[in-house]
Design a binder for this molecule. Structure first.
Ligand SMILES: Nc1ncnc2c1ncn2[C@@H]1O[C@H](COP(=O)(O)OP(=O)(O)OP(=O)(O)O)[C@@H](O)[C@H]1O
Ligand SMILES: O=P(O)(O)OC[C@H]1O[C@H](OP(=O)(O)OP(=O)(O)O)[C@H](O)[C@@H]1O
Length: 328
């Protein structure tokens, strides 16, 4: 049987301070080699799951690889999937969101500009002689967003903004030019651009460049996606991989807590835990000669409240551990 081919992201989605995909695989129980952040190889091995063959992919190119069947599944930000899908239907399917690598794609301008919105920007630039320049890594989403903007429609109607990707130029409205950037997009404002469209996470890059957000185009986070070749047993396998990864993500929100109460208080303590939803289905009770050990999986943010609550049952030997995997 052919192995399922998995694309793993290079860049921010495998950066210890941003979206540590490597750590996610480790936490999910995969013995993964060649994908350590900052030291990735092009071929990555998952030693304890030989049904998977993994390659490094650049998120920008991942949708193309999924659409052409070069990889069967991949982890990538939704922003790149949408950028690829603007002008055509594709066969990429989202297996599920992984809730990290969260960014927003935004339109930004210099913080000294007077504009209140993109509509305001287009209205106030109606009569200018020079073209409006916008740099971005996401020219398709930018063009779509501009064409849906009230101000753009008022000034330019249905005329399609010009898009330039290196030597390739498309579109008719050369008064609004959207130019492809390969990174460090914020800097284009200092070099003479009017607008940029870029993703932001903490906002520090925008601040450093003296820019402010005008509006949000979309929210993005990392997800597992399948491509044109992912059918039958590969799709089943893909779903199992997603569950295993998502189990590790879910587990990060939980503690595994054990404590002792005297046997005659065990039932009351258990009822208290169920009533307050301080457990998954129900607490597990291990009865000893004098004491019962009670075990619950509890959401981290509920732990302090639970600790207060179990005081009344004279809880002792309270042990709290992190959870590595929780498939609900
Ligand atoms: N600061 C960030 N924090 C978390 N995720 C981010 C951040 N910046 C970008 N991302 C997400 O990571 C994915 C890849 O981003 P991007 O295309 O900017 O490449 P990159 O991570 O900078 O790597 P490269 O060096 O290959 O360009 C996108 O889906 C994006 O939303
Ligand atoms: O809001 P922040 O926390 O500052 O993060 C956002 C920045 O991170 C990414 O850039 P990256 O540093 O990967 O460099 P790049 O622009 O060259 O892609 C992204 O393109 C933004 O510029």
């Amino acid at each position: 049987m052919d192995k399922i081919i998995l694309g793993l992201p290079k860049g921010s989605l495998n950066n210890v301070n941003r979206g540590n995909t490597y750590q996610l695989f480790v936490d999910a129980g995969y013995d993964i080699k060649g994908y350590e952040p900052g030291n990735e190889s092009y071929e990555i091995s998952i030693v304890n799951d030989l049904e998977i063959k993994a390659f490094l992919t650049r998120p920008q190119s991942t949708p193309v690889e999924l659409n052409r069947g070069m990889v069967d599944i991949a982890i990538v930000g939704e922003d790149w999937i949408r950028e690829e899908s603007v002008n055509s239907d594709n066969s990429i399917m989202k297996l599920g969101d992984l809730n990290y690598g969260e960014t927003r794609l935004i339109v930004a301008i210099p913080n000294t500009d007077p504009y209140k919105s993109l509509t305001d920007f287009f209205r106030k630039n109606k009569s200018r002689k020079t073209p409006i320049l916008c740099f971005t890594e996401y020219p398709n989403l930018t063009r779509q967003h501009f064409m849906e903007n009230e101000g753009y429609k008022e000034v330019f109607g249905d005329s399609v903004p010009l898009v330039q990707v290196r030597g390739l130029i498309d579109g008719e409205n050369d008064q609004v030019q959207i130019i492809n950037s390969d990174g460090a997009t914020e800097v284009y404002i200092a070099k003479g651009a009017d607008l940029i469209v870029d993703n932001t996470q903490t906002g520090s890059s925008l601040k450093k460049a003296g820019l402010v957000e005008l509006e949000t185009i979309m929210h993005s986070s990392a997800g597992l996606y399948s491509g044109v070749n992912c059918h039958g047993y590969k799709l089943d396998k893909a779903k199992r991989i997603f569950d295993q990864l998502f189990g590790a993500i879910t587990a990060r929100k939980y503690f595994d807590v054990k404590f002792n109460v005297e046997n005659d208080l065990a039932e009351l303590a258990s009822e208290f835990l169920v009533e307050n939803k301080f457990c998954s289905d129900e607490p597990t009770i291990n009865k000893g000669s004098k004491f019962s050990q009670i075990n619950v999986l509890i959401e981290k943010n509920k732990f302090p409240e639970m600790l207060n609550g179990i005081n009344r049952f004279n809880a002792s030997a309270i042990v709290r551990s992190n959870v590595k995997q929780y498939i609900k």
